[in-house]
Design a binder for this molecule. Structure first.
Ligand code: FAD
Ligand code: SIN
Length: 522
């Protein structure tokens, strides 16, 4: 019942794309920890970048914009391959049923920071919701795909579960995962010939994030425990403009607003971006987020403001219906009032290292989407390149994963999960306290602007939390909040260590103790 050719962990765009394509070659299980459509993908606003207009735009321009945003650390080969496939992959989404916004019968192409041309296909300002819904419809109709909702992947199965020590192994293999069924509390051993991590990012490691609370870095943490290579974790992207109203839970105000002419102002109404970069509001995100951080710190303000009041009301309402309605719920009419915004953790450029076809350093384990480090984002992701990356690498990973799958056998020697352990119900509240404590540590010491001293402090505090939580874990039966907390603590460790190891400032990693390698001024 729990043996599948392909085990896909995660049901965002990366997981669903992989599943739909792989299902043509074998049986597929999708394991997802909440409802199928609860994924960062569903919250995407701006859209998907791709050169859909070869008259004004070109692959070279998209490649160059990606490399410039990535501050010199992108893998050029990966970028070139992804950019050239974007039109095919966007057309494929349309064939599956996605209806991107059109004007006069042609795809409407939006603009975002760091793009030298209009090249973002979108569905108004709620692109992710439509893309996710269409993909879910396709998946639900596929006879080879079984979906396990409210199932939480806890551990990847490797030789470690056969009692072998990683240091004595030449090659580690992945044989599936232990998966906790939330409804029954039972842990299933799911065996697979190929396992695909598509678990998304880890925004929840920070106090303020645009991500939903599922984004706890489970895939990266599991892969780390399985001894897969993890890379570039210091490059955490803070989106410059999350709505700064306490009840709004860092709702994103899309960069597409700035692409449409919105201006960033400080509390005195001054448009400040020109002091920081000639591209002003449309500079890459790392620069805009740091500029806002600088304004807030220098002036002691709580917010900066996004101003789109100069556009005709109808135009704003039509172009941004989701943002207009949501802000209105919080008492802000964006056609007449300025929108209070602050940066919030948004995206992980690093993750589980893969090659150009999604293979990780562990045999039979693949990674695609935000969980992966594929090389395309370098030190800073270009806006709307993430959904494209998820599409492209899921597509490539299928081509690689199907090779030899018919000759691979299930590893039935892997034991069932050991259910022993006792509940310690009195102490459960500690889990939420520890999660908040960790988020505060990361926000205070490992945010947009870092220093050696802050990183050292963060590591000391993270180590203490790690020790406490591991002790609690060893005495308690498994639960999803506890697993998520352990994973977040590993993610924090990986970010802090990577940040300490990088002896320069570059892209999203800005350390005041080091010169900026590309000479930025903040
Ligand atoms: P996700 O869509 O995050 O899916 C991860 C899946 O894994 C989820 O289903 C989750 O439940 C599941 N999962 C995680 N851990 C486990 C576990 N242990 N067990 C089982 N299941 C698990 N990018 C763009 O390119 N354009 C945009 O316009 C854009 N706008 C954005 C707006 C917002 C508000 C946010 C938060 C992000 C935005 N991004 C955008 C980034 C982009 O949405 C994500 O990077 C992308 O959707 C990631 O897709 P994914 O499939 O890798 O992961
Ligand atoms: C946005 O709409 O601003 C988000 C786009 C992205 O994260 O790529």
């Amino acid at each position: 019942m729990y043996n599948f050719d392909f085990l896909v962990i995660g049901s965002g765009l990366a997981g669903l794309t992989f599943a739909l394509k792989a299902a043509e070659f074998g049986s597929v299980a999708i394991v997802t920890k909440r409802e199928i459509n609860e994924a960062n993908t569903s919250y995407a606003q701006g859209g998907i970048s791709g050169v859909m207009n070869l008259v004004d735009d070109s692959y070279e321009k998209h490649i160059n914009d990606t490399l410039v945003a990535g501050a010199g650390l992108c893998d050029k080969k990966a970028v070139e391959a992804m950019v050239k496939e974007a039109p095919r992959l966007i057309n494929e989404l349309m064939t599956r049923g996605v209806e991107f916004t059109k004007k006069n019968g042609k795809l409407h192409l939006g603009r975002e920071g760091g793009h030298s041309e209009n090249r973002v296909v979108h569905v108004d300002d709620a692109t992710g919701m439509e893309v996710e819904n269409v993909m879910v419809r396709n998946v639900r109709n596929h006879p080879n795909i079984t979906v396990f909702e409210h199932h939480f992947a806890m551990e990847l199965l490797t030789e470690h579960h056969l009692g072998k020590k990683a240091k004595y192994l030449k090659n580690i293999h992945c044989y599936g995962a232990y998966v906790l069924d939330e409804a029954t509390g039972k842990v299933h051993r799911m065996l697979a010939k190929r396992t695909i991590l598509a678990t998304g990012g880890a925004g929840a490691v920070y106090a303020k994030t645009t991500n939903p609370d599922i984004a706890t870095g489970d895939g990266i943490a599991m892969a780390y425990r399985a001894k897969a290579k993890i890379r570039n974790m210091e490059f955490v992207q803070f989106h410059p403009t999350a709505l700064n109203v306490p009840e709004a839970d860092s709702f994103l105000i899309s960069e597409a607003l700035r692409g449409h002419g919105a201006i960033l102002r400080n509390a005195d109404g001054v448009a400040f971006m020109e002091q920081y970069d000639a591209r002003k509001e449309l500079a890459p995100r790392d620069i805009v987020a740091r500029a806002i951080d600088d304004q807030l710190k220098k002036r002691g303000d709580k917010s900066v403001f996004l101003d789109i009041t100069h556009l005709p009301d109808d135009e704003t309402r039509n172009a941004f219906p989701n943002i207009y309605e949501t802000c209105l719920q919080y008492g802000i009419d964006i056609t007449k009032q300025l929108i209070p915004v602050v940066p919030a953790a948004h995206y992980f450029c690093g993750g589980v290292e893969t090659d150009l076809v999604g293979k990780t350093s562990v045999q039979q384990l693949y990674a695609c989407g935000e969980v992966a480090y594929t090389g395309v984002h370098g030190a800073n992701r270009l806006a709307s390149n993430s959904l494209l990356e998820a599409l492209y690498f899921a597509d490539r990973a299928v081509d690689a994963a199907i090779i030899g799958v018919d000759k691979t056998t299930f590893n039935e020697k892997i034991p069932q999960w050991d259910e022993s352990g006792t509940f310690n119900t009195k102490e459960w509240v500690l889990i939420s306290h520890n999660r908040e404590e960790l988020q505060q540590i990361m926000s205070n010491y490992v945010g947009i602007v870092r220093s050696d001293l802050r990183l050292e402090r963060a590591l000391r505090r993270q180590t203490l939390l790690y020790e406490e939580v591991e002790d609690f874990y060893s005495r308690t039966r498994v639960s999803i909040p506890l697993f998520e907390l352990r994973n977040l603590i590993s993610i924090a460790y990986l970010i802090i260590r990577a940040a300490m190891d990088r002896k320069e400032s570059c892209g999203l990693h800005y350390n005041i103790d080091f010169e900026d390698s590309i000479g930025q001024t903040i």
